[in-house]
Design a protein around this ligand. Structure first.
Ligand code: AMP
Ligand code: MG
Length: 519
């Protein structure tokens, strides 16, 4: 642990807030405020990611050292750590919300490995900051556990994401009214240490544009280019346009991944979108079970369904438009921003076709094939089919004698299966005929499909079971899930239960089919 080297460029190269109190306030003229985590009573390490630890050069002995738990619960600092909270704003549910900022996230420092890789270490739930507004700066076990497991699961699925080093119980209770309906209860508090090369969000730029702090805006752009996009030429006259385009490209690829694995973020506000195109801020996210483009896990969004599964591509583009508007004051001619937004559409469309070619086991999705894909989604929706199981099952459909049998475990309702059986038969016949025309060797095709269609995802009800058990003091299921989700594309004999469709008890259970922002 003592070998960790810190180089806190965010603090060193960007202006900070001269006030170092935790008093809630509007922070102007600054990108960050210096803070200290608030110590907790009785920290206990619940889980950690051995991969992230290894990336940081931390050994099993480091993890076992009681100081590890002290540091990653906010009770102690390592030499070189200099904690801060970042200032940002954001559009929430389509409306400008003004200053938000790290209300309960505290960056400890930027660890730089001997190879030069930068890992910002950030505690979530470590206490008040100037950006905490009316809230307490803490996080509950259920949401921390969900963030910890899902960041690691996403990484192993090949989806760009922030990572999670550790999950620590604080030994203190936090009071939350889970569904904002007048039923507050005390819940165990917890802290996740998140890790990413950068936690800068679209909203970090928007706040300075909204306040007319254009010098600061230019400074942050320049900093982000230099620190986080070293492959771009920070001196080039067209650097801003190129950088914006790169942000659009990365976001497009990210959303295509979400659509591939059936991930619904749940709160795609502009403050929850990473400038690096990483999945960030795991809140009321969920995994698509029965296919429904209109599904959102977020109860706060149940009316508008702004952040529903099927709307994610369009919302990401809207968010990028907000970023473009924020950057516009820095350009005489907004053309490069317009071009970047167009590029988003092109890259997303290409990625969408490419990943469906892999998911369906076709060499490519030509214009003539889009109808086949659309029909599949319609059928999956109408017959209430499990997204993950259905796609995974497709690889087992024999093209010379197509049958619905490999998809049978994906159906939630027998009556709907029977009703749509003829339509499925017709679709399967067309699909098999189309796939046969490619002439791809069976084993190759199957391997390609199975590398695009995971067997295991962090199903909502699995995470909830891990939470229920952890709240009873048993963290065993966290480790079990972490282990299974390390190899999401491999069939893992003996672990079939983790790939099963949602059980009936979970259909309407809080935490399984619906989640609130309360965390
Ligand atoms: P979210 O919707 O979770 O991304 O949060 C939106 C804003 O609320 C961010 O500025 C968060 O830092 C802040 N926030 C959320 N929960 C808390 C909390 N318990 N304490 C302080 N700030 C919070
Ligand atoms: Mg957030």
């Amino acid at each position: 642990m003592d070998r960790l080297e810190f180089d806190n460029r965010f603090l060193r190269e960007l202006p900070g807030d001269p006030d170092d109190s935790l008093r809630p306030r509007q922070v102007t003229g600054a990108c960050w405020s210096r803070v200290r985590p608030t110590p907790v009573a009785a920290p206990r390490l619940l889980a950690y990611s051995s991969e992230v630890a290894a990336d940081l050069g931390l050994s099993p002995a480091d993890i076992a050292d009681p100081r590890f738990t002290e540091v990653f619960s906010g009770n102690a600092l390592l030499p070189g750590m200099d904690p801060w909270a970042a200032c940002y704003g954001g559009h929430q549910f389509g409306n400008w919300a003004g200053q938000l900022g790290d209300g309960r996230a505290i960056s400890l420092g930027e660890a730089v490995t001997p190879e030069g890789r930068r890992h910002e270490l950030q505690l979530k739930g470590a206490g008040l900051t100037p950006y905490s507004r009316m809230a307490d700066g803490r996080a509950v076990l259920r949401s921390s556990l969900r963030e910890f497991l899902c960041s690691e699961a996403m990484h192993h699925l090949g989806v760009p994401t922030t990572r999670a080093l550790s999950l620590v119980l604080t030994g203190e209770d936090v009071v939350r009214d889970m569904f904002y309906d007048g039923h507050p209860r005390a819940e165990p508090g917890a802290i996740v240490c998140r890790v990413a090369p950068s936690f800068i969000r679209l909203g970090n730029f928007e706040i300075f544009a909204a306040r007319g702090e254009h010098d600061l805006l230019a400074q942050l752009v320049d900093f982000t280019l230099r620190r986080d996009f070293p492959e771009l030429d920070a001196e080039a006259p067209d650097r801003l346009g190129r950088w914006f385009e790169e942000v659009c490209v990365r976001t497009a690829r990210l959303i295509a991944h979400w659509m591939r694995v059936g991930f619904v973020h749940g709160v795609m506000n502009t403050d929850n979108l990473s400038i690096l195109g990483l999945t960030i801020d795991y809140g009321p996210y969920g995994w698509l079970e029965d296919v429904d483009p209109n599904w959102t896990p977020n109860t706060t969004d149940a009316q508008g369904r702004r952040y529903a599964f099927g709307r994610q591509p369009e919302i990401a583009q809207w968010n990028l438009l907000c970023l473009a508007r924020a950057l516009a004051p820095l350009l005489e001619d907004p053309e490069p921003l317009r071009a970047g937004l167009e590029r988003y559409v092109d890259v997303y469309s290409d990625a969408y076709r490419r990943m469906h070619a892999d998911k369906l086991g076709l060499r490519e999705i030509g214009d003539a094939d889009t109808e086949l894909v659309q029909r599949l989604y319609r059928l999956m929706h109408e017959s209430e089919v499990d997204f993950t199981l259905a796609f995974r099952g497709l690889a087992d459909v024999a093209l010379d004698a197509p049958s619905l049998a490999p998809l049978a475990p994906a159906f939630y309702r027998e009556d709907l299966r029977a009703r749509h059986d003829p339509a499925w038969r017709a679709w399967l016949a067309d699909y098999a005929a189309r796939a046969l025309r490619d002439g791809e060797p069976v084993a190759e095709r199957r391997a390609r499909m199975n590398a695009a269609n995971p067997r295991y995802v962090l199903r909502n009800w699995l995470a909830q079971q891990a939470i229920d058990r952890a709240e009873q003091g048993d963290s065993g299921m966290i480790d079990e899930l972490l282990e299974v989700l390390r190899r999401p594309y491999d069939d893992q004999p003996g672990r079939e239960a983790f790939a099963a469709r949602r059980p009936e008890w979970a259909r309407h259970r809080a935490g399984c089919s619906m989640l609130s922002c309360s965390s």
